[in-house]
Design a protein around this ligand. Structure first.
Ligand SMILES: [Ca+2]
Ligand SMILES: [Ca+2]
Length: 430
């Protein structure tokens, strides 16, 4: 091929890839949304496709490192994490010392050898050009996670079932043993939602049976319309017709209220689901039967992820506090917040203080443990850590690629050791 043609085709590839990233969430698009970053993403993508270096999953640590001393303590229970480890995307189970207790390699090509349910332009170029959020590890060693559908693998990583219904960002079990995930449908020329004439992703909540069958799907944009809350979506001078194929709400969590928490949430009922919508900084509780939105609040969180019900009648969340800086220096970094939906009182549980600095512009996950400790994933800096309720770090795992580079970790789920008979699972890690 003449050199000039090669250069031209590379530029076309770069451009196409940059567009793909923006439109189809191949990677966290906010992470690489600036034009210069898109070009960078493409340059790295050549190394991704050729399997040379997983640059798309790597972030360079600040220099000098913001935190000098590693936390060396151990913890109890098993910590499930997902991200890029060693040779590819995986779900891993870590023991209390951070050692790998089990692993589930996740290959797009193996799970979806014939991805007919995905538009060809969205099919990843390689197993490395993928990522996912949301994991559940079951006591028998099976895992469920959204990955261009909802997937259940056994302890050896073989597919037990898979649904082609698009699911993304999170998966949570209901009290009935079913699964909730955010879903999405592509809407062309959004005439259903005039005056918004654009083409967009209508994010939905999808309930799957324990066998992966779709039981129901509810449009969240439709629910906002029904509750006369549509004005929230074009606040800040946003006009959807100016955009194309836009992710207008970025639904990133859906979980049903645990039955045992109901007495602490008298304003809500069994079956209600908690939703996190990143774009409008909106957290809300919806009855999926009637689509009545029973409570909602915008901020003070900013671009949040992972809202969780708590047994004390509060809701906690990962406040990304995205501010377009590399280290969150403009707004003070990310934090874990709690809100009482009875009073709308907000408290900072961890972060936004000297000595508690962490920051993940996108993704991020947290879990409040029974003893009040909090496990936090600082996704883009590849760090999972646990702090006590007074903010003392007690455990840490960093997914290093090199001395000054880390690989993204998207999720965390902590499980007590009891009931997780990991030694009995087939296919122990090699
Ligand atoms: Ca959550
Ligand atoms: Ca959580």
């Amino acid at each position: 091929m003449p050199k000039i043609l090669f250069i031209f085709s590379t530029i076309v590839f770069i451009f196409a890839y940059g567009v793909g990233v923006g439109k189809y969430e191949i990677f966290p698009h906010k992470w690489i949304d600036a034009a210069v970053d898109s070009v960078k993403a493409v340059i790295v993508d050549i190394r991704m496709v050729t399997g040379t270096k997983p640059t798309q999953h790597i972030k360079k640590l600040p220099s000098p490192p913001a935190k000098a001393d590693p936390v060396t303590g151990s913890t109890t229970g098993y910590t499930a994490v997902s991200g890029f480890f060693d040779d590819g995307m995986e779900i891993r189970l870590l023991d209390g010392s951070g050692n790998m207790a089990h692993r589930w390699p996740v290959s797009f090509k193996k799970i979806w050898p014939d991805p007919g349910h995905i538009p060809s332009k969205d099919v990843p170029q390689s197993d490395w050009n993928t990522y996912f959020n949301g994991i559940i590890v079951h006591p028998d060693g099976s895992v469920v996670f959204p990955f261009r559908g909802l997937i259940k693998l056994d302890s050896c990583g073989e597919v037990i079932w898979k649904s082609t219904k698009r699911a993304h960002h999170s998966v949570e079990r209901s009290p009935r043993g079913t699964y909730w995930s955010p879903g999405s449908n592509f809407v062309e020329n959004g005439t259903d939602y005039l005056p918004f004439r654009g083409t967009y992703y209508d994010h939905t909540v999808v309930e799957f049976s324990a066998d992966g069958e779709v039981l129901r799907e509810i449009s969240v944009v439709g629910a906002l319309k029904k509750n006369k809350m549509f004005a929230l979506l074009n606040a800040n001078n946003r006009h959807f017709e100016l955009f194309n194929e836009i992710d207008i709400i970025h639904l990133n969590d859906a979980e049903e209220i645990p039955t045992e928490y109901l007495p602490q949430f008298p304003q809500f009922s069994a079956g209600d689901i908690l939703l996190s919508l990143r774009e409008p900084n909106l957290v809300m509780v919806m009855d999926p039967e009637t689509q009545e939105i029973k409570w909602h609040m915008i901020g003070p969180w900013n671009q949040q992820h992972d809202t969780d019900w708590q047994p004390d009648g509060t809701i906690t969340l990962f406040n990304n506090n995205y501010d377009r800086t590399r280290l969150g220096t403009e707004l003070g970094g990310s934090s874990i917040l709690s809100v009482d939906p009875k009073t709308n009182e907000v408290k900072i549980l961890y972060g936004e203080k000297e000595g508690q600095r962490f920051y993940s512009a996108v993704q991020g996950d947290h879990q409040v443990l029974e003893n009040g400790n909090i496990v936090i994933v600082e996704s883009t800096f590849g760090r999972v850590f646990e702090v006590t309720s007074d903010g003392t770090p007690v455990w840490e795992y960093v997914n290093y690629y090199s001395e000054d580079e880390v690989l993204l970790v998207s999720d965390v789920a902590r499980y007590p050791e009891e009931g997780m008979d990991v030694a009995s699972w087939q296919c122990s890690p090699d």
